[in-house]
Design a protein around this ligand. Structure first.
Ligand SMILES: Cc1cc2nc3c(=O)[nH]c(=O)nc-3n(C[C@H](O)[C@H](O)[C@H](O)COP(=O)(O)OP(=O)(O)OC[C@H]3O[C@@H](n4cnc5c(N)ncnc54)[C@H](O)[C@@H]3O)c2cc1C
Ligand code: FES
Ligand code: FES
Length: 301
């Protein structure tokens, strides 16, 4: 059973297609059509949503990440909170990032706007200082065809420079308690296995030799959305501790194969600062929040 919070509401999915994308789930199953489909291949950002999860570093705060729902399988939400553009306003009041976009005239046709808003919302919840470079990086996965980027960047800079507590921060402790109640539990259904140890991963691979493994799914999901391929059974690598930690050893770094690039980056740059340009050029923020080193090596990208 895959369990997650959709905004503040707990959802338990007993059985679903293993290759159901998050975008399909939102638009078709939940009728949450604020999240748009543009390219269905991780390139345009129209489908951007935010996933909040308990910070691995502190255990008492949430980390908010923008991701592309078109290249994410629903199972990636297990133990996390999903926030879409429909969830941002507080009663009749727009969220500060939405208000800032209005004030800066950051939208024309509006098709790209929900995606930009969600990337901005993730930026708004970063603990670090948000300067122009951080804004450009944070919005790097969102394309706009008609407004132009200047007012959008201004909207992000203004709102991130004048942050106030929003409705998500106000209930953060409560959200963490709820997410902890789901925990990093394993999932074993007819079409999806999420092992939580090296041993159970090994057993799953041996028992289901034809099942496809995946980590960030930024590559595998393209086979579903672009080539209309179906996967009846999938094994997720995302909750295996050995694959999702980074350790500094005397002779080097031991990097878990299922760690997303954005989680590897801080440690890697401490030792190899010149890699920053390479990482900067690798896809864009929402993809780097999911794409893993193991997947990158395995698909020879
Ligand atoms: C918009 C966009 C931009 C991109 N930009 C770049 C780029 O600039 N540079 C680049 O190199 N790539 C790029 N990619 C390709 C891809 O996202 C990356 O290669 C990414 O690192 C793949 O990792 P993943 O965890 O998402 O792989 P997944 O999609 O989860 O898996 C990909 C393949 O690897 C296998 N696999 C995954 N993890 C493991 C493992 N630990 N052991 C064995 N097999 C495994 C899976 O079975 C699958 O066959 C881009 C993709 C998109 C959609
Ligand atoms: S629809 Fe274009 S990135 Fe997802
Ligand atoms: S406002 Fe039309 S694509 Fe951005």
């Amino acid at each position: 059973m895959v369990s997650f919070l959709l905004n503040t509401q707990m959802n338990h999915i007993q059985e679903e297609k293993a290759d159901l994308t998050l975008l399909e789930y939102l638009r078709e199953n939940k009728k949450l059509t604020g999240t748009k489909e543009g390219c269905a291949s991780g390139d345009c950002g129209a489908c951007t949503v935010v996933v909040a999860e308990i910070s691995k570093a502190t255990d008492y705060s949430l980390q908010y990440k923008a991701i592309n729902s078109c290249v994410t399988f629903l199972s990636a939400l297990h133990g996390k909170q999903l926030i879409t553009v429909e969830h941002l306003s507080d009663g009749n009041n727009l969220h500060p990032v939405q208000q800032s976009m209005v004030e800066e005239h950051g939208s024309q046709c509006g098709f790209c706007t929900p995606g930009f808003i969600m990337s901005m919302f993730a930026l708004y919840h970063q603990n670090s200082e948000i300067d122009r470079e951080a804004v450009i990086n944070g919005l790097s996965g969102n394309l706009c065809r008609c407004t132009g980027y200047r007012p959008i960047i201004d909207a992000a800079l203004n709102v991130c420079g004048n942050k106030i507590e929003d409705k998500f921060s106000r209930v953060e402790a409560q959200t963490i308690t709820t997410l902890k109640s789901i925990g990093r539990t394993s999932v074993d259904t007819d079409n999806l296995i999420i092992p939580t140890s090296r041993e159970t991963l090994s057993q799953a691979i041996q028992s289901h030799p034809t099942a496809k493994m995946f980590a960030g799914s930024t590559d595998l999901a393209l086979q579903v959305t672009q080539q209309l391929h179906t996967f009846d059974k999938l094994i997720s690598l995302s909750l295996v501790p050995e694959l999702t930690t980074i350790d500094t050893l005397e002779q080097g770094l031991l990097i878990g194969a299922a760690l997303p690039f954005n989680e590897i980056e801080p440690e890697l740059l401490k030792h190899f600062p010149d890699l920053s340009e390479l990482l900067w050029r690798f896809a864009a923020t929402p993809i780097r929040n999911q794409a893993t080193l193991g997947g990158n090596v395995a698909n020879a990208s």
